[in-house]
Write a protein of this length. Sequence first.
Length: 235
Amino acid sequence: MDYTIAVVDDSAQDRVYVSALVRQWAGEKGHVAIVKEFPSAEAFLFAREDGPEADMLLLDIEMGAMNGVDLAKELRRGQANRAVQLIFITGFPDFIAEGYEVDALHYLMKPVAGEKLSAVLDKAVANLVKSEKRLCVTYDRRTDYIPVSQIFYIEAQKQYVSIHAAGGDYRMKTSLAETKGMLDEYFFQCQRSFLVNLRYVVQMKSDCVVLKGGAEVPISRGMAEKIGREIIRLF
């Protein structure tokens, strides 16, 4: 499976070390790990506006103006972020009680041992698989299971639907109504032929919504207000 894993630490040496352990784990377990490094909590939050959520966050606690616990609390405010696996990596055990408030998966003490990190990452994968709803997509005589949180939008095209997702585009013979029944509450029918994943909406116009990454999905007249209310309800 493909996983986006963010390493947030103000120590460049620690970021490089932990990222190398993550890549080693992914190679040994047959996963594809997209590892992104951030020197501060603020840098992660800024970058997060332009792309999908990370599946796992490996957070240092003692950083700058915003520490790792503060970042975790900020992320947990949105229901869409409840599945993100939070792993604290720190030299200070004083914040363990606060970790329970943000549903942290585990605490690892610095310097991190490779075998301990590997075990925690295995547990994070198990939690993600258990919690993530997936869409079964059959095309070209093969079947894939796409995490619905990674789907940007879906377009109806006669007897087919085109699924635009982080891992690429898919075309499957089915109806938009049938597909909608297999998704979660973050998908909104913004026009007769389009379903949009509200996790990715960053701007609303009178005739379309703009998604992270710049894609524009058309909406019906008067739909912008309804979409805005739904985004407020969900996030």
